[in-house]
Design a protein. Structure first.
Length: 169
């Protein structure tokens, strides 16, 4: 069995380990690396999100405070708490990857909350891009096309459940 390539990132699983695993295991394997530093990686996700869709920044207000920049937002204790919560939701999806139906009601409620604060359903494709960016940054070359496909599938299922909050189902 081949060993990890020289110079691979410390949080990255070995690419050889993920080649023959089913999709849920690819997701769990990659998430183990990310979940070691959820705030750090969640900050990468949101920095990318604000870079791709700056119009989302005004939606994040705490006690009437409007953030003047993504950096201002990303250093706010209230927003850091939001990042922690988002990473916990991702963690719940990973934990329940083989039975996402157990999260459907919760995710639909989360969708309703996002709709209520002005998030557009279309913004979730940018969130998905930002999630993949964060995973790629953490995992480096160990983030394989199979992992990307598995995460796309998981994220699509999460967004589908959250979209019920827009549909009112």
């Amino acid at each position: 069995m081949a060993s990890a390539p020289q110079g691979s990132q410390p949080c990255a699983p070995r690419p050889q380990d993920s080649m023959d695993r089913p999709e849920p295991e690819l997701i769990r394997q990659s998430w183990r690396a990310v979940s070691r530093s959820p705030l750090e990686h969640g900050t990468v996700l949101f920095a990318r999100l604000f870079a791709l869709e700056p119009g989302l920044l005004p939606l994040f207000q705490y006690d009437g405070h409007q953030f003047s920049s993504p950096e201002d937002c990303l250093s706010s204790p209230e927003f850091l708490d939001h990042i922690r919560k988002v990473m916990l939701v991702i963690d719940a999806a990973v934990t329940n990857v083989e039975d996402l139906s157990s999260l459907e009601e919760y995710l639909a409620g989360l969708g309703r909350k996002h709709r209520a604060v002005g998030v557009k359903l279309s913004s979730f494709s940018t969130v998905g891009e930002s999630l993949l960016y964060m995973l790629e940054r953490c995992l480096g070359p160990a983030f394989t096309p199979a992992m990307r496909a598995a995460w796309n599938q998981l994220y699509g299922a999460v967004v589908q459940a959250m979209s019920r909050g827009w549909d009112g189902e």
